[in-house]
Write a protein that binds this ligand. Structure first.
Ligand SMILES: Cc1ncc(COP(=O)(O)O)c(C=O)c1O
Length: 350
């Protein structure tokens, strides 16, 4: 019989499955993991090429001070309100490890980012999943009633693309005894942010990333914003050197180049509208999106078959084989050329 080396809960766990990655050199139009179609800021590239090799010999600054200073300057929050992570996934993981355990549940509306469930299961905590209402209305009463040690709200949300109104978030923060984590991974693509709530409430954490708006998914850099009293608990759980010297230097330079980021975002938002119109012209239902992707449903044909047919043609989109989503596709907005190739391929399938 095979030896069981792992905790029973790990043996039973179905691990998180990241979006498919092409093999090196494979020509692919990759519209499945919501990366920015544009390269990082030239300032970030310059910071990378200027990096002194000595910074690689030493351990990095455990507090990522130059990066936190850049966050402070750009978002007008004090530096000691910022905690860095190896991508925002690391931030989410730190929060769950600090707060959740058996008897201390994690609560979130569905559908949302699937990683919340996996991280919760690792802590042997209960994941309380509450369905979104019609047109993605936030089920505030049910979320409050569940009284999670942590409640996650992704806004804008994935895979729906909608934003949750600030008034709903405020009501939720006021009703919860536990932490409210507002996952703003896609905040750069919209005007709305809940940053002010981190100032207003003791129990609110905002999570951000450089993976989406700044085109730096490969760098792995995310950060949390919350009151220092709250961050003090998270620091106990965090790995001191989780953010490396390259990420600190490159991330700070990227963040300071707001003009470049805004330019990329404007292009993505413009092309989001165009792509939505093209999909609607093919009789796809398209949900309004405040992100760099679209949730869409074919009026006929089956979503999985379309996903597979596109994959055959080296176009990757995201298909979730789960209730409520298995008749839909999530498509990242690409460059105008990538979007045109996608639409041409879809026309041929229609
Ligand atoms: C809602 C949401 N939060 C967080 C993340 C994680 O981003 P990263 O770990 O690259 O910062 C993602 C990535 O797709 C996401 O969709």
């Amino acid at each position: 019989m095979a030896k069981r080396y792992f905790r029973p809960s790990i043996e039973a766990l179905v691990g998180y499955k990241p979006g498919e990655q092409p093999k090196p050199g494979q020509p692919i139009i990759k519209l499945n993991t919501n990366e920015n179609p544009y390269p990082p800021s030239p300032q970030a590239i310059a910071a990378l090429s200027k990096l002194n090799p000595e910074t690689l010999r030493r351990y990095p600054d455990p507090y990522a001070t130059p990066f936190r200073q850049a966050v402070s300057d750009v978002l007008a929050v004090p530096k000691d309100w910022v905690l860095v992570g190896n991508g925002s996934d690391d931030i989410l993981n730190i929060i769950i490890r600090a707060c959740a355990e058996p008897g201390r549940p994690v609560v979130y509306p569905m559908p949302t980012y699937v990683l919340y469930r996996t991280l919760t299961q690792l802590q042997l905590a209960e994941a309380v999943e509450v369905s979104y209402g019609k047109d993605f209305q936030l089920p505030i009463d049910e979320l409050v009633a569940a009284q999670g040690a942590v409640t996650f709200i992704a806004t804008p949300n994935s895979p729906s693309g909608h934003t949750v109104p600030a008034a709903d978030l405020r009501q939720l923060a006021a009703g919860l005894d536990g932490l409210l984590v507002i996952d703003e991974a896609y905040a750069d693509f919209t005007e709305s942010t809940a940053l002010a709530l981190a100032q207003e409430f003791d129990n609110v954490v905002i999570s951000r990333t450089l993976s989406k708006g700044y085109g730096l998914a490969g760098l792995r850099l995310g950060f949390a914003i919350a009151k220092p009293t709250l961050l003090a608990g998270l620091y106990k759980v965090r790995d001191s050197y989780s953010v490396d010297a390259v990420a600190i230097a490159v991330g700070a330079a990227a963040l300071r180049d707001q003009a470049y980021k805004d330019d990329c975002i404007a292009k993505v938002r413009r092309d989001r509208t165009l792509l939505a119109r093209s999909l609607q012209a093919l009789n796809f239902k398209v949900w309004p999106s405040e992100t760099n992707f679209l949730l869409t449903q074919p009026s006929r044909g089956n979503a999985e078959a379309i996903y597979l047919a596109l994959k055959q043609q080296n176009i990757l989109v995201r298909y979730f084989k789960q209730p409520g989503l298995d008749d839909k596709l999530r498509i990242t907005v690409g460059t105008p050329e990538q979007n045109a190739a996608l639409i041409t391929a879809m026309q041929a399938l229609a």
